[in-house]
Design a protein around this ligand. Structure first.
Ligand SMILES: Cc1cc2nc3c(=O)[nH]c(=O)nc-3n(C[C@H](O)[C@H](O)[C@H](O)COP(=O)(O)OP(=O)(O)OC[C@H]3O[C@@H](n4cnc5c(N)ncnc54)[C@H](O)[C@@H]3O)c2cc1C
Length: 433
C-alpha cells in the first residue's frame, strides 16, 4: 500500500503539538465491500464511523488528505451548545417545540464530545472548562434574561458577569458584561480527531487517507464509490465533506458556501499576556463573525481567531488583520508578536443550519455545520448513525433545513456584502456604548 506524504497537514498549532511521526492510514488500493462507506475524515465523518463501527457495522472511511486535515483539525476548539443560526431564527422557521428539541440536541452534541474524550481517554485533547461570551456594548438586562431563559427552558446554568466580575478574567476597555458557561469547554480539536479515528479503528472501521472519492454510482440497494486506485461497494454511503465539498454530489455542491475564517497563535509572552487575559476560560464576543480566543501552551500564548470572508485564498496581510483586532481589544498587547497564522474553510448553507438527511435511499449527507461544528458534528454524526442503524429518525429534525441553492457566485457576493453590513452595524453599536 502507498503511504500518503507525512507533511500533508497545513502548519497549524495543533499539528505541532501532535507526535512528529503520526501513524498514517494507507491509501485504498483494492476493491472492497462494506456496509457503509463514509466520505470525509472530519469530525462529522469520524463520529458516524465510530458510532457505526461500535454497533458492529463494517465501516470504510475515505479521506482525501489526512484525518482532521479540514476544519475539524484547525478550528478554534470552542465546544458549546447552539448552531450557527440563532435560536430565534430557528424557532421562526420550525416553531417553538421543534426549536427546543434542536437546541437540546446541540447540548447533547457538546456532552457527546466531552464523554468521548473521557471514555476514550483522549488526554491530548486537553479539554479545559469555561467559555465567556462577552459583549462590546452595554446589554442592560439582556444577558441576565438570557441566563434565566436557559435555566428555565433547558435547565442549563450559566453565570452572569457584570463589568467588575468580568475584570477578574480580562483587562480590556472593550467589554461591558458576559455570560460564563462552565459546561462548555475548549480543547485541541486535531488531537480529538486523531483520538476518535483511533477509537473507530479499534471498533473495526477501516480508514484510508490520501484517498479521494471521485465518483458515486448506483442506488437500488448498493452504491459504488470509486477512488483513484480502488473501489468500495456499500449499502449506505455517507458524505461528510464540509467546506471542502467538491462536485462529487452536485446537489450538495450547489447548496453550500465555502466561507474562510482565520486563526493566529502569538509568540510566547506569559507575563505580557497575563496583563490582558487572566482566565483559563476561552472568550468569544458578540460581534457577528466575532473574535474568539483563548490561552494555549499553559498560558504562554494566545490563540486568536476571527473574521470571515468568501475569499478562499489566504490574504497576504492575514496576521496583521488579526493582530489589529487583538490590540483594539487589548492595547497592552501591541508588542506581542505573531508566531503562526492559518485559514480554514467552513461550510455554510443559506439557512445557516446543518444539512443532514438522505439524497436517495442509502445515500446520506451530514454537512454544513458553519462556524459551530464542534458540538453539531457530534450530534449530526450520531443521528445519521441512528438513522442508518434503524434506531431512530432523529435526523429528520433537520429536514426543514434542506439543500437550498446558495445562488452560486451571486450568492457568495451577497454573503460578503451581508458580512460587511454586519461589521458596520457592530461598529455603530459599539460606538453607542
Ligand atoms: C478556522 C476555523 C475555526 C473554527 N472554530 C470553531 C470553534 O471554535 N468551534 C466550533 O464549534 N466550530 C468551529 N469551526 C467550525 C468547525 O471547525 C466545522 O464546522 C467542523 O469542523 C466541520 O466538520 P466537517 O466534518 O463537516 O468538515 P471538515 O472537518 O472540513 O472535514 C471534511 C473532510 O472531507 C474531506 N474531503 C472533501 N472532499 C472529499 C472527497 N471527495 N473524498 C474524500 N474526502 C474528502 C476533506 O479533505 C476534509 O478533511 C471553525 C472552523 C474554522 C475553519
Amino acid at each position: 500500500m502507498t503511504a500518503v506524504p507525512s507533511n500533508d497537514y497545513v502548519d497549524v498549532w495543533y499539528r505541532r503539538q501532535a507526535p512528529a511521526d503520526l501513524p498514517q492510514h494507507p491509501a485504498l488500493q483494492a476493491r472492497i465491500e462494506a456496509d457503509i462507506c463514509i466520505i470525509g475524515g472530519g469530525l462529522a465523518g469520524l463520529m458516524a464511523a465510530y458510532e457505526l463501527a461500535k454497533a458492529g457495522r463494517k465501516v470504510v472511511l475515505v479521506e482525501a488528505r489526512r484525518i482532521g486535515w479540514g476544519a475539524s483539525g484547525r478550528n478554534g476548539g470552542f465546544v458549546s451548545p447552539g448552531y450557527s443560526l440563532g435560536y430565534e431564527a430557528i424557532a421562526a422557521r420550525v416553531g417553538p417545540m421543534a426549536a427546543k428539541e434542536l437546541f437540546q440536541m446541540s447540548i447533547e452534541g457538546m456532552q457527546l464530545v466531552a464523554n468521548n474524550i473521557r471514555e476514550l481517554n483522549v488526554t491530548a485533547a486537553n479539554p479545559c472548562p469555561g467559555i465567556l461570551g462577552a459583549v462590546r456594548y452595554d446589554a442592560g438586562r439582556q444577558l441576565a434574561d438570557h441566563r434565566d431563559w436557559l435555566a428555565k427552558e433547558f435547565n442549563y446554568e450559566v453565570a452572569h458577569l457584570d463589568r467588575a466580575a468580568l475584570a477578574e478574567h480580562v483587562t480590556s476597555p472593550s467589554y461591558h458584561q458576559a455570560l460564563h458557561d462552565q459546561n462548555a469547554f475548549h480543547f485541541d480539536p486535531l488531537a480529538y480527531c486523531l483520538g476518535l479515528a483511533r477509537a473507530a479503528k479499534a471498533a473495526g472501521a477501516a480508514i484510508y487517507e490520501g484517498t479521494s472519492a471521485d465518483v458515486i454510482e448506483g442506488g437500488l440497494g448498493r452504491w459504488t464509490v470509486t477512488t483513484p486506485q480502488g473501489r468500495i461497494s456499500a449499502r449506505d454511503v455517507l458524505v461528510t465533506t464540509g467546506g471542502y465539498t467538491d462536485r462529487l454530489v452536485p446537489e450538495l455542491h450547489r447548496a453550500f458556501l465555502p466561507i474562510a475564517t482565520y486563526v493566529m497563535i502569538t509568540r510566547a509572552a506569559p507575563e505580557l499576556i497575563a496583563s490582558a487575559i487572566h482566565t483559563r476560560s476561552a472568550i468569544g464576543d458578540d460581534r457577528r463573525a466575532g473574535d474568539y480566543y483563548r490561552l494555549v501552551d499553559g498560558g504562554k500564548r494566545i490563540l486568536w481567531g476571527g473574521k470571515i470572508t468568501t475569499r478562499t485564498t489566504e490574504p497576504r496581510d492575514l496576521g496583521k488583520l488579526l493582530h489589529k483586532t487583538m490590540t483594539d481589544t487589548y492595547p497592552q498587547l501591541a508588542g506581542l508578536e505573531i508566531d503562526t497564522v492559518w485559514t480554514g474553510l467552513m461550510s455554510y448553507a443559506r439557512h445557516r443550519m446543518p444539512q443532514i438527511g438522505k439524497l436517495a435511499s442509502g445515500l446520506w449527507h451530514c454537512t454544513a455545520f458553519g462556524g459551530h461544528g464542534m458540538n453539531t458534528t457530534a450530534i449530526g454524526g450520531r443521528v445519521v448513525a441512528e438513522g442508518i442503524l434503524g434506531q431512530s429518525e432523529r435526523y429528520r429534525s433537520f429536514a426543514p433545513f434542506g439543500l437550498e441553492w446558495t445562488g452560486g457566485v451571486a450568492g457568495m457576493a451577497a454573503v460578503q456584502l451581508t458580512y460587511w453590513r454586519y461589521q458596520a452595524m457592530d461598529a455603530w453599536r459599539e460606538r453607542k456604548g
